[in-house]
Design a protein around this ligand. Structure first.
Ligand SMILES: C[S@@+](CC[C@H](N)C(=O)[O-])C[C@H]1O[C@@H](n2cnc3c(N)ncnc32)[C@H](O)[C@@H]1O
Length: 287
């Protein structure tokens, strides 16, 4: 390509010399073009060598800006709590108020059963056990697990129960209107199984959430965490985590990672995919 451009410039210049001699503004334009050509050629050589070329000249103003690598793997583990409570949570409340999926009990129950079946769970596997639905929303997914002692943690629980007629959070034996980042007194070491669906990228401190999940589980207890991975944020999704960062956080908290898989995104508008983590709190561990 570079040699083709050289030939093109040479032809242009020789043509210009014969036809434009004595026309200063055309000659000036050719000189400028020549300078841009030299800069472009340098850039192309750098690209060929694998170094990113700086954008130069007027074309740079209009060229799509390549994101540097660090942006492609952007991570946001923590945001301002006031931003979360002042912007994200009011957004969540209005989302749930108008959720037709949750308002239709039959539809929701069938879809929820397909969801857990699809991830290899069975409705009776936690009968007689204590389970937590973390970030439960306005409609209890935990009711899939028949005969389980259900604990719901949901920061908008009180509002959902007051304001949404079809909200069934009262069916849980304990409901905590608190965020996942707040340590709930008396819950440490009590839980056999904790799940959280489409929540952890909505929170304000990812690492604190994981630490509390770990603390709530009994040694040998398990967790299933599924959440979107995205590269941009919006008001309702302030946290950005990818597989690598999520696994490191689980590992640092003390978890054994039994399985990690990419799954379909919960919100196609923001995330191309989600991840699901199957975790165990090792038995030898102290609460
Ligand atoms: C998209 S909804 C999912 C609800 C439910 N898990 C479901 O699958 O239907 C996200 C939920 O996460 C809750 N949430 C947001 N921030 C949270 C936090 N810091 N701790 C716990 N839950 C949170 C929201 O209030 C909302 O109910």
């Amino acid at each position: 390509m570079i040699s083709k451009m050289k030939i093109w410039m040479r032809d242009l210049q020789s043509g210009a010399r014969t036809t434009t001699a004595g026309i200063p503004h055309i000659q000036e334009k050719i000189n400028n073009l020549n300078k841009e050509m030299v800069a472009l050629r340098k850039d192309l050589q750098k690209i060929a060598l694998g170094t990113p070329a700086p954008q130069t000249g007027t074309a740079a103003l209009h060229a799509p800006q390549e994101q540097p690598d660090s942006r492609k793997h952007r991570v946001v583990l923590k945001v301002d709590k006031e931003q979360w409570s002042g912007t994200a949570q009011p957004g969540e409340l209005s989302f749930h108020r108008t959720s037709t999926f949750r308002a239709d009990h039959e539809k929701f129950t069938a879809a929820n059963a397909r969801f857990f079946d699809g991830f290899g769970f069975s409705a009776t596997q936690f009968t007689g056990k204590t389970i937590v639905d973390l970030g439960a929303g306005s409609k209890l997914r935990a009711l899939y697990f028949t005969g389980a002692n259900i604990i719901a943690i949901e920061p908008l629980a009180e509002k959902f129960m007051q304001e949404i007629e079809w909200c069934d959070l009262r069916k849980a034996s304990e409901v905590y209107s608190a965020p996942a980042e707040a340590m709930i007194d008396g819950l440490a070491g009590r839980v056999d199984f904790l799940f959280s669906i489409n929540v952890l990228d909505h929170c304000y401190d990812f690492v604190d959430c994981i630490a509390n999940i770990y603390a709530y589980l009994k040694p040998g207890g398990t967790a299933f965490l599924a959440f979107d991975c995205h590269q941009k944020t919006d008001d309702l999704h302030p946290i950005i985590v990818n597989e690598k960062v999520a696994s490191a956080a689980m590992f640092d908290a003390g978890f054994q990672i039994d399985k990690l898989e990419r799954i379909a995104s919960f919100h196609r508008g923001i995330a191309a995919y989600a991840i699901a983590l199957y975790l165990t709190k090792p038995k030898g561990d102290q609460v």
